[in-house]
Design a protein around this ligand. Sequence first.
Ligand SMILES: NC(=O)C1=CN([C@@H]2O[C@H](COP(=O)(O)OP(=O)(O)OC[C@H]3O[C@@H](n4cnc5c(N)ncnc54)[C@H](OP(=O)(O)O)[C@@H]3O)[C@@H](O)[C@H]2O)C=CC1
Ligand SMILES: N[C@@H](CC=O)C(=O)O
Length: 351
Amino acid sequence: MSHKLAFIGFGVVGQGLAEILLEKKEELKQKEGFEATVVAISDLMKGSIYHPNGLDIDLVLKTLKETGNLENYPKVPSLVTGWDSFKTIKETNADTIIEVSYTDVKTGQPAIDHCKAAFESRKNVVMTNKGPVALAYKELSELAKKHGVYWGFEGTVMSGTPSLRMPIEALAGNEINEIRGIFNGTTNYILTKMEKEGISYEEALKEAQQLGYAEADPTSDVEGYDARYKVVILANYIMGVPLKVEDVPCKGITDITLKEIKEAKDEGKRWKLLAKIKKENDRIVASVAPEKVDLVDPLASIDGAVNAITYECDLLGPVTLSGAGAGKKETGFSLLIDLIHINRKQKLITV
Ligand SMILES: NC(=O)C1=CN([C@@H]2O[C@H](COP(=O)(O)OP(=O)(O)OC[C@H]3O[C@@H](n4cnc5c(N)ncnc54)[C@H](OP(=O)(O)O)[C@@H]3O)[C@@H](O)[C@H]2O)C=CC1
Ligand SMILES: N[C@@H](CC=O)C(=O)O
């Protein structure tokens, strides 16, 4: 099947997916019958380009690298420049919108409205932006369903590690009453670096930013807001409970000093930013906070930008999944798996 894609936002993750589409073009065609044409990219500062017959991804990436602006793409006939996100969503011939603009932890905007505009234009959305899923899951999932389009958001929790797809598909039939884990790559990277290399909090945060792990405003990572969004997504999507962001007490890692990290080590413990969700009768209790975990706890050995999640299943007992929690290719992959899902569904319909 052939797909026409439009990117909204073209930072670390957007470019990660573009590189994957370029590198795996032939393999995806052979193995999955998947073909994609990028028709448009609209980014706030990097400019906006649209060509109904498709853009040359290699040339797009080179243009951006060399000039910093997409609008320096060669001026081929029918190339349109300067369209904002909404015009790109509504008026291009894309069938699927890749929403990879920044996550606004207060309002979820403009990404919520990007999703609405796409669904109302009968376009699929695949996204890594957590805002719309954390703040408007019910409304948006109903709207996507009403318009018969697909909404994929695997990368909103634990990057490309299938923390959403695995429980929904492979653990189906179990009741999941408790979830616990490490859901933020940046903070886990910082804590690991502070403990193992003795570097300062500021230095470790800078590295996480350079590696593309941190949010555009890293306050979201270090104060725990990003992990809190992921808790809300898991509660709504996996546990079917309409938990709200304001119901989740949240504390970050900014107060943890090198001295405290060393003291924990001497006690046979390690600081981790833990997220917890538990169903208690009709109630759900959830939190995000740093905790000293025993070194024997499986979560203690989760290092760097890796994340981990344990699902307490009524039939299977605890199931733990660990893998990348952030990163360019890793999160680009999360979008690819959602696109492959659309492709497989469409193939089933056409046979
Ligand atoms: N990085 C990671 O490892 C992961 C990221 N995510 C999520 O994925 C999303 C993208 O992350 P990432 O690529 O790292 O972030 P970046 O900050 O690198 O990229 C976001 C891009 O979106 C652009 N943008 C912001 N607002 C708009 C808008 N209204 N219209 C068009 N473009 C816009 C920005 O423009 P400009 O900078 O040019 O102003 C920027 O280029 C975020 O929501 C993040 O939370 C999820 C999982 C992992
Ligand atoms: N900033 C986030 C990116 C993925 O969601 C993180 O560090 O985990």
